[in-house]
Design a protein around this ligand. Structure first.
Ligand code: FMN
Length: 479
């Protein structure tokens, strides 16, 4: 059975000694974020603050993604890769020609239906409809002293594609302007922005629901780079292993067991400067770019609501665990698209898009560059600034082995590929313009003759006879 909501997840954290409850009064303005950072730099646990200054009746939860181990328990899997495998199951098994096999395959296709959202008529999130629909009633964080205000730092921003009504849910921070207005920071390359651009072309306002708090599958869905047109509610069902309950309101499917839902709209004409905000790279987001204003219309929430806020900054914080979970979930899909890929490491200090290390079974000259170009053309991998490709016998998670491969196998002039003038991560502090920079690929594989212009030198290896002899006498050496 999938965990139904945030409360069941908190119970799971507590049972597994991964949760601390704090009854001392602390403020969401700078204090709670500082506490959460200190805890996360020591690898957790999750924390619930029960006494939130100026917000009576609220609890605040943080560091919910404190380890990948607890996520596996939450999703009921032994390996997070199992989730990605659910998505591509038919591709993983060769089609069967006999009748039993065909019936089994049909059953699996029908079984996929268990992941689709289930419409229900009511849910706990509608326990209270607030007369005073007010963005200031939520214990939103100010994470860093020079942040431009308070922010929802883990809102699930739910929109629908204006043409095809496919639902997207993205974690895009929201800067609170006043009681009725916030600014949604969906970056240039994200699905929320894509839907917004379409509605702008159609000259229409777009309905938006900001979901606060939910079960851990729904929460991770918001941060997952699922390509359009895959419906994110269906993806949530795939992570959870069970379709999520939704109530339709104002035409939007609202997760029935969220903690709160804020319904409103964005208007293509109404944009506002956003930031500064201390972001994943540990810098204040410098460009005070224009982003759409969210106009609040109504608020529903549960009784005794729990607000979940995430804190980002110098790594590794909670977002590093989220990044690792996403890396594992998407690995089977990556291997389907690129069968030569063996292993991937998005190091936590590389902050999602800074660095990817990929090992491949190299088959032909130029193969490593083919993989780099393929990855740069694929979904949010396209935002990766540096890709290092190594041979299959190098573990990308062993950074010393990677350094060895880069040092021994790379002739910079031949093996480093710089792509000038490409799109880039909006948050990358090094680029001249937000969202526009360059990329670097490092081919650290051993080279074929066509690549090196010579036979690659042979690696040293002890001969079998000497190995056996030394094994035999080892104990006698007294070392
Ligand atoms: C804690 C956290 C905060 C994030 N904040 C933002 C943000 O403000 N804007 C943004 O575009 N992406 C942000 N992201 C990344 C997106 O959630 C991620 O790229 C996701 O894939 C977006 O959904 P989409 O692919 O449907 O657009 C954040 C991720 C995390 C884990």
């Amino acid at each position: 059975m999938a965990l139904k909501d945030l409360r069941e997840y908190l119970d799971l954290l507590e049972t597994n000694s991964c949760l601390k409850k704090v009854s001392y009064e602390v403020s969401p303005i700078l204090e709670i974020p500082e506490i959460l950072r200190r805890v996360m730099y020591k690898k957790g646990p999750a924390v619930v603050f029960e006494n939130v200054k100026d917000y009576p009746g609220w609890s605040v939860a943080g560091n919910l993604f404190c380890s990948t181990e607890i996520l596996k328990k939450a999703y009921g899997v032994k390996k997070l890769e199992e989730i990605g495998e659910r998505l591509i199951k038919p591709a993983l098994e060769p089609p069967s020609t006999n009748l039993t096999g065909k019936i089994k395959a049909l059953g699996e296709v029908i079984g996929f239906g268990r992941y689709t959202p289930k419409k229900v008529r009511k849910g706990p999130v509608f326990e209270q409809e607030m007369n005073d629909s007010n963005l200031l009633q939520f214990p939103a964080f100010k994470s860093w002293p020079e942040d431009g205000g308070t922010y929802f730092t883990y809102p699930l921003v739910l929109t629908q594609d204006p043409e095809r009504k496919i639902t997207n849910i993205g974690v895009y921070r929201v800067m609170i302007l006043d009681e009725k207005r916030g600014v949604i920071h969906w970056q240039l390359h994200k699905r929320g922005k894509m839907a917004f651009d379409k509605s702008r072309e159609m000259g229409k306002r777009m309905k938006v629901a900001i979901i606060l708090g939910g079960d851990p599958g729904l929460l991770l869905t918001g941060a997952s780079p699922v390509p359009f047109p895959f419906d994110k509610l269906l993806f949530a069902g795939i992570i959870r292993g069970e379709g999520i309950e939704v109530v339709e309101i104002d035409g939007l499917p609202i997760p029935a067991r969220a903690e709160a839902v804020l319904i409103g709209y964005v208007d293509p004409q109404d944009l506002h400067p956003e930031g500064p905000f201390g972001d994943h790279f540990g810098y204040y987001d410098a460009p005070k770019d224009l982003y759409p204003v969210f106009h609040l219309e109504k608020v529903f929430m549960r009784k005794h609501p729990i607000y979940f806020g995430s804190v980002v900054g110098l790594p590794p914080l909670e977002d590093a665990v989220i990044g690792k979970a996403i890396e594992r979930i998407f690995l089977p899909i990556l291997r389907m698209l690129f069968p030569e890929v063996k292993e991937v490491n998005l190091p936590e200090y590389g902050m999602f898009h800074g660095l990817a290390i990929v090992s491949i079974k190299k088959r032909y000259p130029g193969h490593a560059k083919k993989v780099m170009m393929g990855l740069w053309g694929t979904g949010q991998f396209s935002l990766t600034k540096t890709i290092i490709v190594v041979d299959e016998d190098v573990d990308p998670n062993n950074l010393n082995d990677v350094i060895f491969a880069v040092s021994a196998n790379v002739d910079p002039q031949r093996d480093v590929m710089i792509l000038p003038n490409t799109h880039a991560d909006v948050l990358d502090p090094s680029t001249k313009f937000a969202g526009f920079g360059s990329k670097m690929g490092i081919d650290a594989t051993r080279k074929f003759r066509e690549e090196a212009g010579k036979d690659w030198p042979k690696m040293v290896e002890t001969d079998e006879e000497t190995k056996r002899r030394i094994d035999e006498i080892w104990e006698k050496l007294g070392i």
